[in-house]
Design a binder for this molecule. Structure first.
Ligand SMILES: [Zn+2]
Length: 480
């Protein structure tokens, strides 16, 4: 009896299985992760916007972008992200930051650059930067970036290998530059040590699908010419980018011109530093000839409006860059000089800054600000063929942004709202290479409470390092 019952059961399971396979084959639809029901702002070359649209993703790649009905007719969702009331947008690209510096967020504000650096940032870095410190800081930065819709970031710091490991765990895409500087620093007593560290770092990560390793000579005035040339040679040996700060302040231009008789951009040109893929941050003080050099060399420029305003560095000529065909992207810079990593704020700051500084309300319109954070940013970092827009064949780096709150109502133009109304907090979904890092506002790849707890503990070391012995009034340190 028992055997025959078992036989019937096995037979039934078999029938069901065959039926399921038949039904599966009966459907022509391919399986995909489908994000559907939102307004798709593709950021493609023709500026396509699709109301009630959808994006289909297979593996790490976008396979189709269209109306929700079109996508539903062609794809069977293996998983669905419901984006009703939201904008579906390419993930934002932060072209310049120092991720672990989130741990110095708000440590010292409203100071001149040299006071800020010598009294606070350098002493704090000297006493606190370690592999553990950059790991804790990068986890905090990654959490903030995922929560605010950044899917790719360009970084320059120390112990970059530890930053890369945390970035890979968090699932973000990044260009990570191991710093080289002439002073002894936490991870290298000499520039030669820093170069060796950079080479080991590049060798380890050069074939990674998400992390692009790079070498990051700090700036033209903090390195000898021969070391600058060595960083270029190293980058070209492995075909990786070189990241550098360029013409950030008037003082820098004065120092470099005084020592070398050339502007920072022309000095680096004379050394051959631009002879290969390069991303330069700030470029606030450029003349016409500098812009010609940077255009001819295809250098990507990272504009950091909030950092430039906060440190009173000046106003980069971004509308001119764009008009002259230079490659420009947008960045936050480190959180010590911003004080956050919110790319929505960076877009809004850029759009407003160039209007007030030029006296022209048409300068850097919303669409251009959004392009800097997406398509143009991707081109500036040499990845325009892979990311920066929602198009079939590109990597599936996608975010959704809620537009249903009081602050976003009504909505006449999604692009206007993304630049002039949205905040990082409005991001609901963050996907990198087809992997969902945040869904419905919940980050999946990092344990949020643990990340915040570790960061608060690390902040106590920072306080001690700068002689800030007593926690702020209230007695508990950070407000939890
Ligand atoms: Zn910087």
């Amino acid at each position: 009896m028992r055997m025959s019952r078992l036989g019937i059961l096995v037979g039934l399971i078999g029938v069901v299985a065959v039926l399921a396979v038949t039904l599966e084959r009966g459907s022509d639809k391919r399986r995909a992760l489908v994000i559907t029901g939102g307004t798709v702002v593709t950021m493609d070359a023709s500026g396509t916007v699709i109301p009630d649209g959808a994006v289909a993703i297979e593996g790490s790649t976008i396979v189709a972008v269209g109306t929700a009905d079109e996508i539903a007719a062609r794809y069977r969702a293996s998983q669905t992200v419901d984006a009703r009331g939201q904008i579906i947008l390419p993930g934002l690209i932060n072209t310049h930051t120092h991720a672990p510096m989130v741990l110095y967020r708000g440590l010292a504000d409203d100071l001149a650059l040299m006071d800020w650096l010598t009294k606070y940032i350098f002493p704090a870095e000297k006493a606190t930067v370690s592999p553990e410190f950059v790991r804790v800081g990068t986890r905090l930065a990654a959490l903030e970036m995922i929560e605010s819709g950044t899917t790719t970031f360009v970084d320059m710091y120390y112990f970059e290998n530890d930053i890369a490991e945390v970035t890979a765990e968090a699932g973000l895409r990044a260009v990570l530059g191991q710093s080289v500087i002439k002073f002894p620093v936490a991870d290298a007593p000499t520039p030669a040590d820093a170069l060796a560290r950079a080479e080991a770092f590049i060798t380890r990560w050069k074939d990674d699908p998400l992390v692009t390793p790079a070498v990051a000579p700090h700036a033209p005035y903090t390195l000898e010419g021969t070391t600058l040339q060595a960083t270029r040679a190293l980058a070209n040996k492995y075909g990786v980018p070189l990241l550098i700060h360029l013409a950030e302040t008037k003082d820098e231009v004065k120092i470099v011109t005084g020592e070398h008789g050339k502007s920072p951009a022309a000095y680096l040109e004379s050394l051959g530093v631009w002879d290969g893929r390069s991303i330069a941050a700030h470029a606030v003080w450029l003349d016409d000839a500098d812009m010609e050099i940077l255009k001819r060399r295809g250098v990507g420029l990272a504009h950091n409006p909030e950092s430039n305003m906060k440190l009173a560095s000046g106003v980069a000529a971004v509308p001119t860059w764009i008009a002259r065909g230079l490659h420009a992207g947008l960045g936050t810079d480190g959180a010590a000089s911003n004080n956050d990593l919110d790319m929505f704020e960076a877009m809004r700051a850029a759009a407003l800054l160039h209007k007030v500084s030029s006296g022209n309300p048409q300068a850097l319109p919303a669409r251009e600000a959004l392009e800097l954070a997406t398509r143009r940013g991707a081109e500036a970092i040499g990845q325009g063929d892979r990311i920066g827009s929602l198009e079939a064949g590109k990597q599936a780096d996608v975010i959704t942004v809620s537009m249903t709150g009081a602050r976003q109502t009504p909505m006449f133009d999604p692009i206007s709202h993304l630049v002039y109304v949205a905040r990082g907090d409005d991001v609901r979904t963050t996907i990198v290479a087809g992997r969902i890092l945040m869904n419905a506002g919940r980050v999946r790849t990092l344990a949020k409470e643990a990340v915040l707890r570790e960061a608060r503990a690390m902040a106590d070391r920072v306080r001690k390092a700068v002689g800030m012995t007593a926690p702020p009034a209230g007695g508990k340190g950070d407000l939890h």
